[in-house]
Design a protein around this ligand. Sequence first.
Ligand SMILES: Nc1ncnc2c1ncn2[C@@H]1O[C@H](COP(=O)(O)OP(=O)(O)O)[C@@H](O)[C@H]1O
Ligand SMILES: [Mg+2]
Length: 869
Amino acid sequence: MSNYTPMIQQYLSIKAEYEDAFLFFRLGDFYELFFEDAKRASEVLELTLTGRDGGAKERIPMCGVPHHAADVYIGRLIEKGHKVALCEQVEDPSQAKGVVKREVVRVITPGTVMEEKMLAEKENNFLAAVTKREDHYAIATADLSTGEFYLTERSGSTMAVIDELAAFSPKEVLVPSPLGENESFVKEVQDRLGSILTSLQTEGLPSAAEMAAALDQQFPGCEEAYASPVLLEVAGLLHTYLQQTQKRAMAHMNRLERYDAGQYMILDTAARQNLELTTTLREGQKKGSLLWLLDQTATAMGSRLLKKWLDKPLLDQKRIEDRQGAIQAFVEDLLALEEIRDGLRGVYDLERLCARIAYGSANGRDLHALRKSLEAVPALKEKLAMTASPFLSQLAFGMDGCDDIVEQISSSIVEEPPLSIKEGSMIQEGYDHSLDELRTIQQEGRSWISQLEQRERQATGVRSLKVGFNKIFGYYIEVTRANLKLIPEDRYQRKQTLANAERFVTPELKERERQILTAEEKSVEMEYRLFVEVRESIAKEIARIQRLAEQVAQVDVLHSLAVVADRYHYVRPRIQSDDTLFIEGGRHPVVEAAVGERFISNDLLLDQKHRQVLLITGPNMAGKSTYMRQSALITLMAQMGSFVPVKQAVIGIVDRIFTRIGAADDLVGGRSTFMVEMDETRQALGQATSRSLILLDEVGRGTSTYDGMALAQAIVEYIHDHVGAKTLFSTHYHELTALAGDLDRVVNVNARCVEKDGEVVFLHKIEEGGADRSYGIHVAQLAGLPREVIQRAQEILHGLESTTRDEEMGLPTSHQLNLFQYEAAVTKEDSYSEGERKAMTSLRDWDVMNHTPLESLQFLQELQRSLKG
Ligand SMILES: Nc1ncnc2c1ncn2[C@@H]1O[C@H](COP(=O)(O)OP(=O)(O)O)[C@@H](O)[C@H]1O
Ligand SMILES: [Mg+2]
């Protein structure tokens, strides 16, 4: 090391403190990267790797980016999950003795991005922290770009923590050392959340008392929220990390909100994914999700809040009804809704504007946008106050128009400020006396100069005489060579000789020029100072603007839900605190939006006394999954406060929704194993209460028929006898319909199909009673299997059915194919050979829906071959 030049030594000592980040080392107009950083960055960013002599034998690998374009490169590194430490020159190089002093001024990480360009407008950018004491976890989440900070606790399994984290989709998760070294935890977080993990060594962290003091300063009056040691630890950890990376005041982060698990409906990751709340299962895109359908918000704040409402449906009847009342008022007065929409459109992203103001990165345009947004508030307030909803008028009443801030901005900032705050032209005339004086000097100087041309032309008689300006010589008087003789010898001082002209100056011209330039320089400086003053004084009022932002966001979400309710003819469900779930004419909101009138509505009745478990049978493609999902979505939307796609509905508040989808339906990449399915089912059974809603869609399908059927039956029995949760259980094991006879609160329904001209028609209508039979062969037909195969399969099936019917006494009245009975029949039946029996069994077990037509064809060919002997 000692061989290195002093600058490289400085680099190395700084780099040692930021090992996990790319160190952007400021050298004049460039940020340079050295050593390993340079090698890796040159690959990731496709930069040319060069070298630099650093005093040692070998040249040091180096690459760099111009400082004005650094944002783009930093953005790319962050997007790929890396961190960047920005190291600036913190003294004037011309004043420096020896190496210029440098310091890291900020560390940018995926969870602490502030740059507008690197943030998704409609999404939060959360950073989370998790700590653990015994079996107790604490979770803190913060969004630096909006100033939100939340705290909560969870006990029990890692899954509960991950589920909670998943609701925030954090970009980065902090874990202190003992937990951070727990490999299975780390792996789960990475696999399930896809966020980057930052593990922190606890040794270097401030003490509990220091953390408490820092939190107290950041969040005045919020001590209650972090009263327990584990909460203090996690909040302190997150806050410390923010401070250490940002190295500046974060005045916009001033509210700390603690919530408890019992405050909202719990949705685990599986439920969120299966119900396609924010992304679709297949493509993982927002388009096609419930959020996409419901999001008619006019502002980015509204969009972000809507997602929160979706992630955290309410349990409190009053709060749900408040929201319903607001939506109703809008739906019943569409004109007002339209006007409010227009009003909302005029409001920019107040949350992020506040953050940038507090952070010191807001420019003139941001302040102007703030002013425009605030100016839109009074009209909005007035409209809201006139609606029929007491909730909305209350909200309107509480809105602070922030007139003083509007006044402050409009008196100080011009109408069209430039992007840069270092080039002037942003402070309003009349705002500051000294600035006005400086501007007058410039104006007078310029007009003196512009009149100079006229005066000199007259005085000298040279009509072509010009006054000009260039960057090197400043102002000059230009006379063509032909006219030089007309200029008296000592009138001007010669400055520059051109091919056919001569340029001159006069002492007075130079003096004026000097005055203009100094005034210009001074006023640019002064404008910057005045701007920062205005920004800082607004920063003091940020809490008020933030409160307003929250209110506007709420109005926006309610407005969005009203727009959707009106567009798709949703109605207001009745909310109750009992165990009823009653839906008449329910539709799947997203499927309906795609197919329109063709969507067939369905009813649902669930309660704890008579209809606790609905066993839904019907062939593949009949609409079972859609029916189950729509029932859950309607419940969830109702508890968000939204109107729902039904003719009418009564929703008894549900505390959790579980969904488990049979392995073959689980489309989420790579996780379609039976083990996962069983693990999730276990959790549902373990955690559900009698107030929960469970959807089990073809659970048991991922294993062989017998296992699957046995498991399915055992699960239904367990839920019936021990859990008590309202349950929708779909199955293709028709044999299970017999359970309804044994278990009081299990009821059969089926997705009805009819046969028409030898083909199945799916009616998508759910009706009482078990399904007739599987229709699997018809689905094969639909899938395009050759006619011969279908006919032969029908013959075989027909043979099987008549055998069972002949052989068995006391058959169920429906013509379902009972596998147990069938098995019994074939073992008794001597007229079948061993080979034929085998063939029939494998035909029965062949899962047509989960094979390609070609596979099925090959299977049948094989079967035929074995029967022909
Ligand atoms: N009520 C309905 N009205 C119109 N189309 C429906 C309805 N229910 C389901 N579908 C359509 O039928 C197809 C199969 O539905 P799905 O629920 O997956 O059936 P299953 O789970 O019984 O195999 C889907 O393409 C779906 O869009
Ligand atoms: Mg299905």
